[in-house]
Design a binder for this molecule. Structure first.
Ligand code: SF4
Length: 311
């Protein structure tokens, strides 16, 4: 049972990220900890991670962010949600914070960019419908088998729910792509599974996907070990990384283990071919695959300049 704790944050909410792909925008976390409990969660090793059973939800976010924006010399074009949690976790206080902060920013002419595996509340979908040109999003999805999804992302939204909201957001004019990251070797990356995934994405009207295989760090490997109960499957995944390569992962002095370069090159070529046959452009994540590409995965995009609001 997840414990939700209200927390006062001592430092600013709008911060810059050390990740190369997030460098262009201020970022904001709605909570510390995340209720989705993905087995591969990359935030488990972070110093602010409050533990597997706790989510700390920040207090007075909208008021304080309004104040932070007012004090900035140059107003941001957009804000990215969230580098270390999901903005649409199944926790009322998280959805409420996201709603209040996103509404505030959009009404000020500041864009909202997000990545989620969660179910977006109707209130938030309503404000996205009002400001589609200021919103960009990525829906995380690596497979269409909901049993596999439940194994790796137990408390995130179902596959069906993610596809429905993706279709909706595309239809109202929001710039959307799918984040097929992390692909886990041997779990859902067979050719038939990829065929089903990109066929489902094609049906939503979305035409872009960001792709990367999982990188391993000790805390992530530990998360896999304690959450994947099927011993054979766990061994198969970890075995794939035994001859892996150490690569920087887009942040100064941070490294992870990636699948061998030749394995990734071969699999990415297959993914591109299958996605292409469904009219979907694939962008590899260059932050995690720097030995192959410097491509961007468009986790953020250049925001449209707010018109005349902050001159
Ligand atoms: S949604 Fe992201 S932050 Fe939340 S548990 Fe999953 S990987 Fe971690």
């Amino acid at each position: 049972m997840m414990k939700v704790i209200a927390k006062k944050r001592a430092t600013n909410f709008l911060t810059s990220s050390g990740l190369r792909c997030l460098a262009g925008l201020p970022t904001v976390n709605i909570s510390a900890g995340c209720a989705h409990k993905c087995v591969y969660c990359y935030t488990k090793g972070y110093s602010v991670y409050p533990g597997d059973e706790v989510v700390e939800v920040y207090e007075d976010m909208a008021e304080r962010i309004a104040d932070e924006v007012a004090r900035k010399r140059k107003k941001p074009g957009a804000v990215y949600f969230c580098p270390s949690c999901d903005p649409f976790q199944p926790i009322e206080e998280v959805q409420q914070n996201s709603f209040e902060v996103m509404k505030l920013l959009l009404e000020m002419g500041i864009g909202v960019q997000f990545v989620t595996k969660g179910k977006i509340s109707d209130d938030i979908l309503d404000i996205f419908r009002r400001y589609p040109e200021q919103v960009c999003g990525q829906i995380g999805l690596t497979c269409v088998d909901d049993e596999i999804r439940q194994t790796i992302e137990p408390y995130a939204a179902s596959v069906e729910s993610r596809l429905v909201q993706l279709r909706h957001l595309v239809s109202v004019g929001v710039t959307m792509s799918v984040r097929c990251d992390p692909m886990i070797p041997g779990l859902a990356d067979g050719n038939d599974q990829l065929e089903a995934l990109f066929s489902a994405i094609e049906d939503t009207g979305c035409r872009e996907a960001a792709v990367s295989y999982l990188f391993l760090r000790p805390a992530i490997a530990e998360g896999l070990r304690s959450n994947i109960k099927e011993a054979q499957l766990l061994e198969k995944i970890l075995e794939s990384y035994r001859n892996g390569v150490q690569l920087p992962i887009g942040m100064k002095s941070s490294k992870g283990t990636m699948l061998p370069k030749c394995v990734r090159e071969e699999r990415y070529a297959v993914i591109r071919r299958i996605a292409d046959s469904h009219g979907i452009s694939v962008h590899l994540c260059g932050c995690k695959n720097s030995d192959i590409t410097n491509e961007t995965c468009y986790i953020t995009r250049s925001p449209k300049e707010p018109e005349g609001l902050f001159d």
